[in-house]
Every structure is written in C-alpha cells, then in structure tokens.
Design a protein around this ligand. Structure first.
Ligand code: A3P
Length: 326
C-alpha cells in the first residue's frame, strides 16, 4: 500500500510536468510554481503546496510562522512556542523549566512545518479544537501560493526575514552539513550562483520577502513582519511585540518578574544548541544542523567583495522604497 506522500505526489504528477524545471540547490530538480521554486520529492514539495491550495483547512485560531529557510526560523519558532505556551510551562517553578518541551526537543517539533502535518494527516492536523492553546505551525510557502483558506480564516501570521547575505551564507553551511540522498554539497560559488538566480527552494529570496512585506502593510493586524537583525538587537521588545500581536501580551507583573528575559534565555542559541547537539530531526538531517553562529553580518567572513556588491545591488533594486531595516 502506498503511503500518503506517494499518493499525493502521484495525484499531482501531471500538473508537475507542466511546470518549468531547473537544476538548483544541491543539484536537485526544482520546479517553478506561481513564480517560486520548489522541490518535488518530499512533503516540502510543489505538489504539497498545490494540494494544500485545494483542500487545506486551518482553524481560525491557528498561528503561522512564515519564513524563507535560513532566516532564523528555528529561533523564532522557539520564542513563539515559549511565549504562547508560557502559562502551561510556568517559568517560575524550577522544575518545570527543566521539563519545558524546548529543553528536550527541537523547536521544529514544538512548532511543526505544516506540510508534513498535512500530508500525513497527523493528530495535530486533524484536531478540531486547539486545546488548550492555539496551534502553532510554520511554512516557507510564499504569500502568493499560501492556501487562501489560511488568509480567509483570520489566522495570525508572523513573517520573519533576514538580510540576504547572511541567508545565503547560512544556506551554504547548512547544505554542507548533512547528507540527503542523491544530493551533493555545494561550493560557495555554486551557492552564490543559485541564490542570485533564485533557484533555491522557495526562491527567489527577494520576491518572497517583498510579497510578505507588502501584505503586512496591507493587513497589519493579520501579518506581523519581523527581521532577524532587529530581533537580535532588541529581543525583549520584539518578543513583547509578538506576544501582543498574538493576543497574549505580557502583563506588568510578568514583565517585572523577568518572564520575557526568561523566555529569551531559554531560546538562546547556546541553550538550544546544547539541547539539540545529538539526534536527528528527520532522516539524514541532524538536529544540530539548525544551529551555527547566529551572527548578524557573519557573511563578511565568507563572501568576496564582488559577491557582496552583486547581492547589495539586487537588494537595493528590488527593495528600493520598502524601508526594510536589516
Ligand atoms: P547561521 O547559519 O548564520 O548561524 P533557520 O532556522 O531558518 O534554518 O535559520 C538558521 C539560522 O538561524 C542559522 O544562522 C542559525 O545559527 C540561526 N539560529 C538558530 N538558532 C538560533 C537562536 N536560538 N538564536 C539566534 N540564531 C539562531
């Protein structure tokens, strides 16, 4: 008997053959759908996006974290999870901190990507009541292709972006740290080439960011737009902003008690790196691969001046008047 994923890939196989195709990140075949590139073999495939557009049913209370890969997804998953569930896992008692899910599990398990949930029809996905707290999911699907049901249900969306040079370098290290079947690691020149062309999963980078940025301006109560850089510089205030946006603002008492700082410490790179130093997130993908340096401007160590200038030129051209602060 075929599994859910094979059935889904089979169902959309004719549609797949109508899409433009290119070799991209790690030599994988990527397909362009509604202006963006996707893989075609896993739950994170263009077929899943099409299937979700056809039949995905969110709950109105759902919260989605939207990002491009390597923008700091793992970190903000942890922050959102800890914030939304803070009364369930009370920070004031010493013992409960040790049993906090983030202390034993990858943030990607606490806030799962919606695609595998949808494909595998997991209990979380089929549940009808978000009990006791709202469901937290994340996805890299671009705004244009996000199932309309998510936008129409009143779900709250948090978009996180990061400066493209650090994203590119983070992609580079990421791709060289694990082995997926049939995929070969890349040199920095190859990574640069595909990043600029946009042939990375969910690329082009610039279009992805720009669409969500514009949507957040149009629907400020539905979409919160964040950057990794501002999150790093002013984590406390950004976490408060997230909490307010999600309808669970920190009380004065919580603030005085240092609740925000506690969450920040729990989700720090040091803590998460230690918790996730062993084990695998999925087959061939070690937990540790999601945690590296977490620096703003770390690209300086890896990009040539020429690469940096090319990326700056594209960013200036594409983001001209947007006022995104990296
Ligand atoms: P670097 O490769 O620049 O270090 P994603 O989670 O979207 O895959 O992004 C991964 C990037 O986020 C990596 O960046 C990683 O080090 C950084 N990161 C992971 N956990 C973090 C944390 N707790 N705080 C800050 N940055 C973090």
């Amino acid at each position: 008997e075929k599994d859910n994923l094979s059935l889904l890939l089979h169902k959309y196989k004719d549609k797949l053959t109508t899409l433009p195709k290119q070799k991209g990140w790690m030599g994988e075949n990527l397909y362009m759908y509604q202006g963006f590139w996707y893989g075609s073999t896993s739950a994170f495939s263009v077929q899943t996006t099409m299937a979700m557009q056809d039949s995905f049913k969110p709950l109105p209370t759902d919260i989605y974290l939207l990002t491009l890969p390597k923008s700091g997804t793992t970190w903000v998953k942890a922050l959102m999870f800890a914030t939304v569930n803070r009364t369930t896992y009370n920070h004031n008692s010493n013992t409960s901190v040790l049993t906090h899910p983030l202390f034993v599990s990858n943030p990607h398990n606490c806030v799962p990507f919606i695609e595998p949930e949808f494909v595998n029809k997991t209990p979380t996905y089929v549940q009808e009541n978000p009990n006791p707290n709202p469901r937290l999911f994340s996805t890299h699907i671009p705004y244009t292709s996000l199932p309309r049901s998510i936008l129409d249900s009143g779900c709250r969306l948090v978009y996180l972006c990061r400066n493209p040079k650090d994203v590119m370098v983070s992609w580079y290290y990421f791709s060289n740290k694990f082995t997926l079947k049939n995929l070969s690691p890349m040199t920095i020149d190859e990574m640069f080439e595909v990043f600029v062309k946009g042939t990375v999963p969910y690329g082009p980078y610039w279009d992805h960011v720009k669409e969500y940025y514009n949507a957040s301006c149009e629907h400020p109560t539905k979409i919160l737009f964040l950057t990794y850089e501002v999150m790093k510089k002013d984590t406390v205030n950004q976490v408060k902003r997230i909490a307010e946006f999600l309808g669970c603002p920190f009380s004065k008492e919580e603030e005085t008690e240092g609740c925000v700082e506690e969450i920040m410490r729990l989700c720090s790179l040091e803590v998460l790196k230690e918790v996730n130093k062993d084990g695998e997130y999925s087959e061939g993908v070690p937990n540790a691969v999601f945690f590296r340096e977490g620096k703003v401007g770390g690209w300086r160590e890896d990009l040539t001046d020429e690469m940096s200038k090319t990326l700056d030129d594209i960013t200036n051209e594409k983001f001209q008047d947007l006022g995104i602060l990296f």
